[in-house]
Design a protein around this ligand. Sequence first.
Ligand SMILES: [Zn+2]
Ligand SMILES: [Zn+2]
Length: 238
Amino acid sequence: MTGYCSCSSLYVTLLHLQNPMSAPVSLEIVLGFAMFALVFVTLERFFPFRQQRVLRPGWMTDVLYYLVGCFVGHFSDAITAGTILLFGWALGFQSGGFAGQQPEWLQFIELVLIADFLAYCYHRACHKTPWLWRLHKVHHMSTRMDWLANVRLHPLDKILGDCFQFIPIFSLGFAHTPLLAYTIMLGFQGFLNHSNIKVEYGPLRWIIASPTFHHWHHCCDREAYDKNFAPHLVIFDF
Ligand SMILES: [Zn+2]
Ligand SMILES: [Zn+2]
């Protein structure tokens, strides 16, 4: 549910430190939106789960949430980076090292499992804790599900979710390639799981969270309440 911009922007921030000639943040936001819109509007047009207009009610509000969320994501980055530096200074350890020594395919699997479990825990807490629910219910206010519904998040919900997930991940010191692969997956799967796309995963539906899986989380039926919290895998929701 979180991280459509922040995890990737944190990664981009790290890359900026190494390559100051890369694109400015505002251009990344516009190009990122255009890329996601092109991919998902096209897929929703040709493989719709239900017929609905692209410019459905509330789309302008969600575009604003996207823009605000991107800037809020940079605030999450600063908190994440500052916390890692502070803990490193206070406890005398440096992030990086142990996780990054493993094969990259193994790091990617570990990243998905750890990030998914952390996101599951935070999302579950949002539904069980009254003050967190007051923030998180904004995400459940979309009346139509499509790719853009992914970004409807209260700014504080986004900051808390991002930090809860990213501080441990970036503290463990995974290598660049698995982190980049994970951030791409995080951004893509977040939009896909909210999208109005009819897609069948076959037997993989018992492993990978699908749009059907996450749409059930947004469903208003009483039997759907407090189910299907994880963003990537279904295993933590068994
Ligand atoms: Zn959602
Ligand atoms: Zn929720």
